[in-house]
Design a protein around this ligand. Structure first.
Ligand code: URP
Ligand code: ZN
Ligand code: ZN
Ligand code: ZN
Length: 467
């Protein structure tokens, strides 16, 4: 039996268009669009009608960077796939791409199997995986080919965290060469971790133990240096490169220069770098620990370069790097030694709203909002046009967004499994009202109507964003 829904009277916003249109959904997919008020629109009939007049009708968000249940610093990220994907849905995100982890001494396969086991049957929205490669040997290189074939088409490497996820330049070059051959996309955590560890040791020896020193030792220059080195290694390998969580002006400059040379080099930033700063890391009574993540928050001056990069397409994607640790019991592991604070911040629920606020504030256009949060991440990670747009044939992952509603972000009202909000008290104009995942209502007029297990694993094609 077919199930039909029509969303009437909204402003449909995609990365390329804004049109007042009615949207017909049939069997979980977008079936048709017709200009509102025309006979063609009136001919779209359905059992269920959603009135979107005065609202936006946008593609569900695609968050290309999350870490549900990630082991880090002796603890685990506090959101499970169940709680994290539910919170994502509340915030208008309908697809996440999470990072499966190869631990040192183990295969990619065993890491991927472990992540499938965590996610399967637990997600409220659809999900896919990248693979963190932390032990590049001949076996891992061969496994990369197999993973690409089965839909895990991107691989994160770390120039930071020596002894944990770190790869040296030789390992990075080999993985990049492999990706050049198999169509994979290398995602780089670009910070010079060897140099940072020296500065950490020296800071602690001077008694500089507070959270704010996390920002001081992880220098912008060491992000820029690693970004530059990653670009050159990718160029030598002939591979595309995607730099994750870009935070420093100097790193954006490296990406801009590479792109001006025509290289397939891409950059992602995150809301925390656009809206927060070292002022937060310096909050008293250890509160700064709430904002410890890597790359670190930067002085406020860096934000202008990030917004500019988003406007000029030198940065293409905004993901959350959602990796929440509770203040109580988890962030507190680093009292007296900032290097022991688990790295990561919550945000999967807040991204679409914060970026809508950026539209209201004039940083980006409405279509650019959808491009950086939905369409480009879908293209970058091989999910387009199934995800990231509203067009016939696409999955009916659709958000009815009220651009006039006012809300205040708070731990009191959020749905992430973490005991603080990084954006506590921030006023946002705009709010998610209804969310459909493959046509199924997950949030209905601000009520949760989803269920764990609705979300399915979604294998990906290779990068669809290359020059
Ligand atoms: O601080 C962060 N970003 N934690 C998550 C792991 C990573 O490097 O992305
Ligand atoms: Zn209008
Ligand atoms: Zn990282
Ligand atoms: Zn991350």
């Amino acid at each position: 039996m077919s199930s039909r829904t029509v969303i009437r009277g909204g402003l449909v916003v995609t990365a390329s268009d804004e049109i007042h249109a009615d949207v017909l959904i049939e069997d979980g997919r977008i079936a048709a669009l017709a200009a509102s008020g025309t006979p063609a629109a009136e001919a779209l009939t359905a059992e269920r009608v959603i009135d979107a007049s005065g609202k936006y009708v946008i593609p569900g968000g695609v968050d290309g960077h999350t870490h549900m249940e990630m082991p880090f610093g002796g603890t685990y990220a506090a959101d499970t796939f169940e709680t994290g994907t539910r919170a994502a849905a509340w915030g208008g995100t309908t697809t996440i791409v999470d990072f499966a982890i190869q631990s040192v001494g183990h295969s990619l396969r065993s890491g991927l199997d472990a992540w499938h086991a965590k996610a399967e049957g637990n997600c409220a929205i659809d999900y896919a995986f990248h693979m963190i490669v932390s032990d590049v040997d001949q076996k891992a290189l061969k496994e990369m080919d197999l993973l690409v074939e089965e839909g895990v088409t991107s691989f994160k490497q770390f120039m930071a965290y020596p002894g944990v996820f770190y790869s040296d330049d030789g390992q990075i070059l080999r993985a990049m060469q492999r990706a050049a051959g198999n169509g994979g996309l290398i995602m780089m955590h670009a910070e010079n971790g060897i140099a940072i560890d020296v500065l950490v040791e020296q800071a602690l020896a001077r008694g500089e133990t507070d959270p704010r020193y996390h920002g001081e030792v992880r220098k912008a220059l060491l992000e820029a240096e690693a970004t530059h080195r990653a670009i050159k290694l990718a160029q030598v390998a002939g591979a595309p490169l995607y730099v994750v969580h870009v935070s420093a002006t100097e790193a954006v400059a490296e990406l801009t220069r590479a792109r001006d040379e025509g290289l397939n080099v891409f950059g992602e930033t995150c809301p925390q770098y656009l809206f927060l700063s070292t002022d937060n890391l310096a909050e008293p009574d250890f509160e700064g620990a709430k904002y410890v993540c890597s790359t670190p928050l930067r002085p406020r001056e860096h934000q202008a370069a990030l917004w500019r990069g988003l406007r000029t397409n030198d940065l293409q994607v905004v993901s959350t790097d959602h990796c929440p640790f509770c203040f109580s019991g988890q962030k507190e592991l680093g009292r007296g030694d900032f290097s022991k604070i688990p790295n990561g911040m919550p945000g999967v629920e807040n991204r679409m709203d914060l970026l809508h606020q950026a539209v209201v504030d004039g940083h980006i256009s409405r279509r650019r909002w959808i491009e950086i949060a939905c369409a480009t991440p879908a293209r970058m990670f091989g999910l387009y046009p199934k995800k990231g747009t509203i067009a016939p044939g696409a999955d009916a992952d659709v958000v009815v967004y009220d651009p006039h509603a006012e809300q205040v972000i708070s731990v009191e009202t959020h749905h992430m499994n973490v005991d603080y909000s990084a954006y506590e008290g921030r006023r946002i104009t705009g709010r998610v009202e209804t969310v459909l995942s493959r046509g199924v209502p997950v949030v209905t007029e601000r009520e949760y109507t989803g269920r764990k297990g609705h979300g399915v694993y979604t294998p990906r094609a290779t990068c669809q964003y290359l020059n």
